[in-house]
Design a protein around this ligand. Structure first.
Ligand SMILES: C[C@@]1(CC(=O)O)c2cc3[nH]c(cc4nc(cc5[nH]c(cc(n2)[C@H]1CCC(=O)O)[C@@](C)(CC(=O)O)[C@@H]5CCC(=O)O)C(CC(=O)O)=C4CCC(=O)O)c(CCC(=O)O)c3CC(=O)O
Ligand SMILES: NC(=O)C1=CN([C@@H]2O[C@H](COP(=O)(O)OP(=O)(O)OC[C@H]3O[C@@H](n4cnc5c(N)ncnc54)[C@H](O)[C@@H]3O)[C@@H](O)[C@H]2O)C=CC1
Length: 216
C-alpha cells in the first residue's frame, strides 16, 4: 500500500523536538541540523556527540524524562526513546496538537517517516521502502552515492545560478523554458569531472543568454 507521499519540507528555523538522546535520536538530529532547524532534545541522557552539540549551542537539551505538555510549540517531533510506551505517549500528545510525529519504534504510529538521503549540495535524493527495509534503503543510497558523485554539487549550483539569471533577464516563460532545457544539454557535468569547468562570469552568462535566445 502506498501510504506515503514524498515532499521536501522547509524546516529551517522551525522548532523540531526529539524525545530521547541515543544513537537513533542522534541520527535523526543530524538530518535536522543539516536543514538548520531549531532543535530541542528532551532526554535524561544523551550521546557524547549530542552533549558536544549542546555545548556548542547548536541544540537545546532538556535533561529529564518526557512529560505530557513538553511538545508545546513544536512543528515536528521525533519520538526516539527505547521505551515504546513513552513513544506512544509522545505520539498521542503530538496527534492531539496536530504536530507531525515520527515514532522510531513503530512506523505504523508515525505520520511521517525518515528516508535515506544522498546529498550533493542543493541536490537531495531521498529513498524510502515505506518502512519495509531501512537497511535496503541505506544500500540503495550507497549505490546512488557512487553514481551521483561530488561533481553534482557544482553542476546543480551552476544550473541554479544560470536559472536565476535567465529568470531575471527573460520575461517570456516559453523562451525561459527552452533556454533552461538547453543548459542541461551542454557538457558541463563532463567538464566538471575532467577538471575543465570554470565558473562563468556575469558577462559570459549574459552573452550566452543573448546568443541562445535568438534561435530558441
Ligand atoms: C519507518 C522508519 C521510521 C523512521 O525512523 O523514520 C524506520 C523504522 C525502523 N527502523 C528500524 C531499524 C533500523 N533502521 C535502521 C536505519 C535507518 N532507518 C531509517 C529510516 C526508517 N526506519 C524509516 C523507514 C525508512 C524506509 O522507508 O525505508 C533510515 C533510512 C533513515 C534515518 O534513520 O535517518 C536509516 C538508514 C540511514 C542510512 O544509512 O542511509 C537500521 C540500521 C542501523 O541502525 O544502522 C535499523 C536496524 C536494522 C533493522 O531492524 O532493519 C526499526 C526496528 C527497531 C526495532 O527493532 O525495535 C524500525 C521500526 C519499524 O520497523 O516500525
Ligand atoms: N527508526 C529507526 O531508524 C530505528 C529505530 N530503532 C528503535 O529505536 C529505539 C531507540 O534506539 P537507540 O537510540 O539505539 O536507543 P538508546 O538506548 O541508545 O537511546 C534511548 C534514549 O532514550 C532516552 N529515554 C529513555 N526514556 C526516556 C524518557 N522517558 N523520556 C525521554 N528520553 C528517554 C534515553 O536516555 C536514551 O537517550 C530502539 O529501542 C529501537 O527499537 C532502532 C534502530 C533504528
Amino acid at each position: 500500500m502506498e501510504r506515503y507521499t514524498p515532499i521536501f519540507v522547509d524546516i529551517s528555523g522551525k522548532s523540531c523536538y526529539v524525545v530521547g538522546g541515543g544513537r537513533v535520536a542522534e541520527r535523526k538530529i543530524k538530518g535536522l541540523l543539516h536543514a538548520e532547524a531549531q532543535i530541542k532534545v528532551i532526554s535524561p541522557e544523551v550521546t557524547p556527540t549530542l552533549q558536544q552539540l549542546h555545548h556548542d549551542s547548536r541544540i537545546q537539551w532538556l535533561a529529564r524524562s518526557y512529560r505530557n505538555g513538553d511538545l508545546r510549540g513544536a512543528f515536528l517531533v521525533y519520538a526516539a526513546t527505547d521505551h515504546s510506551e513513552v513513544n506512544t505517549a509522545v505520539v498521542q500528545e503530538a496527534e492531539d496538537a496536530g504536530i507531525l510525529v515520527n515514532d522510531a519504534i513503530s512506523s505504523e504510529q508515525s505520520n511521517f517517516i525518515t528516508p535515506s538521503v544522498v546529498r550533493r549540495g542543493r541536490l537531495s535524493i531521498a529513498i524510502s521502502t515505506a518502512g519495509a527495509g531501512p537497511v535496503a534503503a541505506a544500500e540503495i543510497r550507497a549505490t546512488l552515492e557512487q553514481q551521483f558523485g561530488d561533481e553534482y554539487e557544482t553542476y546543480i549550483e551552476f544550473l541554479y545560478q544560470m536559472r536565476m539569471e535567465v529568470k531575471a533577464r527573460i520575461s517570456s516563460p516559453g523562451v525561459r523554458g527552452k533556454l533552461l532545457r538547453r543548459l542541461t544539454e551542454m557538457n558541463v557535468l563532463e567538464d566538471i569531472r575532467t577538471g575543465q569547468f570554470e565558473w562563468w562570469t556575469e558577462e559570459q552568462i549574459g552573452d550566452w543568454i543573448s546568443h541562445n535566445q535568438e534561435d530558441v
